[in-house]
Design a protein around this ligand. Structure first.
Ligand SMILES: NC(=O)c1ccc[n+]([C@@H]2O[C@H](COP(=O)([O-])OP(=O)(O)OC[C@H]3O[C@@H](n4cnc5c(N)ncnc54)[C@H](O)[C@@H]3O)[C@@H](O)[C@H]2O)c1
Length: 393
């Protein structure tokens, strides 16, 4: 264990803050001192900090001043101001996905169902530019907390690209499950969209990352996305939807299904699905078809461990896998979810960058490309799938 000390603090005290915190406890090359957390929900904050014996900050400034690395684990609508504020104070920022977006015009009548997607795209691109400009002026870095980039199966695929010199011809991937737990998810003004941004950003980031890597390996030039055709649907809000209570419903103004066909600068492509309409737990995978190998990365579920019980009462105290509806019968267990999803690997990598200056894989450029692609996707979906060019920043 290195003795170099670095201080960490959290914005947010919900689900993401918990898994960030847990991942910090498992770092092996750096030992961060956790100074505390701030979030606007006093009750959550007390619970999060009280259970961990860390300080509950009364305001953001105190929290940012207290640390060298700020973890932004709050709803997407708050990412830009928090990231910019931390960068202005020369802090490193680990920001959760999605990086940023368009969150409405601030009026009570705003609805994610009705605004002009061109306006959303334009605003999202400006938001990205402001964040990247703040990073340029800062001694801190933006570390884009896209765990798929650090999932062991994606890291292994990157190694295979490097050692085989393969060209990725096409990819398909998905992130789906039965619906987010977060109370702000489903309300566009907080989440910046539905399945396409909230879930699709994960496999999309992996696809963009691997294509960037292919180009860098070949001649130092990342291959980046050029155009997108996309469709979205709001199935749980359809009049005829048959609600049997297994899927989360009640979304205010977002889509619950998205399909993206992304074309890269070299003419190859990726097909990404994302939805809130899948039973059986988190369904996270990407298949990579290359000129010399074909890889299927099963992030969740995978068959590392399988178990059977005739009655789920036996497993009442046993964690099986994220978002499974039942533990009865056969289950694919994730014996170490943080490991398979890349949560602990991303934190190890980020803190190595912060302390030792190691190169950063999941950076603001990747984050920017993901958001530029998704909001071009929303414009395409408004045009019923017509191809839209992606503006790269
Ligand atoms: N990488 C992943 O696998 C993953 C998984 C879940 C969530 N996330 C991301 O993490 C972020 C937080 O999601 P979550 O699931 O923890 O949500 P959550 O609802 O569980 O927690 C959100 C936290 O943010 C705070 N908050 C609410 N409104 C705020 C505001 N306006 N400004 C500042 N803070 C505010 C709340 O007090 C709460 O502590 C989101 O960007 C989400 O997309 C990532």
């Amino acid at each position: 264990m290195a003795e170099r000390s670095i201080r960490a603090a959290f914005a947010g005290s919900g689900f993401a803050a918990r898994f960030h915190y847990d991942a910090l406890l498992r770092l092996h090359s750096v030992r961060p001192v956790i100074t505390g957390a701030w979030s606007p929900t006093a009750e959550n904050l007390e619970r999060f900090t009280g259970q961990r014996g860390i300080r509950a900050f009364k305001n953001i400034n105190e929290m940012i001043e207290s640390a060298d690395v700020i973890h932004v684990c709050t709803p997407p609508s708050s990412h830009e101001p928090l990231v910019v504020e931390a960068l202005q104070k020369d802090r490193h920022v680990i920001v959760e996905k999605p990086f940023t977006g368009y969150f409405g015009d601030g009026t009570d009548s705003f609805s994610g169902d009705r605004f002009a997607r061109e306006k959303g795209l334009e605003y999202a691109l400006h938001s990205i530019s402001r964040m990247i400009e703040a990073e340029r002026k800062s001694r801190g870095r933006i570390m884009y907390a896209e765990n798929w980039v650090y999932a062991p199966s994606i890291i292994k695929e990157r190694e295979m690209l490097e050692k085989t010199g393969a060209q990725i011809l096409w990819m398909h991937g998905e992130e789906s499950h039965s619906g987010s737990h977060s109370p702000t998810y489903g309300i566009w003004k907080y989440s910046g969209g539905g399945s396409m941004i909230g879930k699709g950003c994960h496999p999309l980031s992996a696809a963009l990352y691997l294509k960037q890597a292919e180009g860098k390996i070949r001649d130092g030039n990342p291959i980046r996305p050029a155009a997108i055709s996309a469709r979205t649907h709001a199935v749980t809000r359809m009049k005829g939807y048959r609600n049997e209570g297994h899927l989360r419903s009640g979304y205010t103004d977002i889509e619950d299904f998205a399909q993206m066909h992304v074309i890269f600068g070299d003419g190859t492509f990726a097909d990404i699905f994302a939805s809130e309409l899948v039973l059986g737990g988190v369904h996270n995978w990407i298949e990579v078809n290359t000129s010399n190998h074909r890889t299927i990365c099963n992030i969740s579920p995978n068959n590392a461990m399988q178990t059977y019980t005739p009655d789920e009462k036996h497993f009442k105290d046993v964690y099986i896998v994220e978002k499974t509806e039942t533990k009865q019968g056969w289950s694919s267990v994730s014996p170490d979810e943080s490991w398979f999803t890349g949560y602990q690997h991303e934190m190890e990598a980020f803190y190595r960058t912060a302390v030792f200056g190691d190169p950063l894989e999941s950076d603001s450029r990747l984050a920017a490309d993901v958001i530029a692609t998704i909001y071009a996707g929303y414009l395409s979906a408004e045009r019923k799938g017509a191809e839209v060019s992606i503006t790269l920043i």
